[in-house]
Design a protein around this ligand. Structure first.
Ligand SMILES: [Cu+2]
Length: 144
């Protein structure tokens, strides 16, 4: 009889631990995550907005985003160059593809191609941006 109780207590502890780890692995969005699609870059050099080509974003499909870069006073930033990176912080892996800015659309707008999110959870998409006003970076959070 005693063993049965020990077994049940052990099982309950295991379940509690399991659900703790699952929630910690990006299965649920973190409530404090800033999911805004328009943000100031880290040092305030730029205001950057991202918009997917199509909503909702489909898991496992290549798609494009439009990235808009402005100065804090709302002037379009022309001829910017981008380094794109990202991944899933909770899973310690990067993006499954290497997205690139392929087109300068004018008015501070750029097309980012080759984005793919391969699983549900918390993703980061970061840009190192260089243009006349300087170099700065910005990171967006997405939860799929
Ligand atoms: Cu992952």
């Amino acid at each position: 009889m005693k063993f049965k109780w020990l077994y049940l207590i052990g099982l309950a502890a295991l379940l509690a631990l399991g659900s703790y780890f699952l929630s910690d692995m990006g299965m649920k969005p973190k409530p404090e995550l800033d999911l805004s699609r328009s943000r100031a870059s880290e040092n305030g050099v730029y205001v950057v907005a991202v918009a997917p080509e199509a909503e909702p974003i489909k898991l496992g499909e290549l798609h494009s985003w439009i990235v808009t870069v402005q100065t804090p006073d709302g002037m379009a930033v022309e001829d910017a160059s981008f380094e794109v990176d990202g991944g899933m912080p909770d899973h310690n892996h990067g993006l499954p593809t290497s997205p690139k800015v392929t087109e300068n659309l004018g008015d501070g707008r750029y097309r980012l191609e080759g984005v793919k999110f391969s699983m549900t959870g918390w993703w980061e998409l970061s840009f190192d941006i260089s243009a006349a006003p300087g170099s700065d970076s910005v990171t967006f959070n997405m939860v799929l």
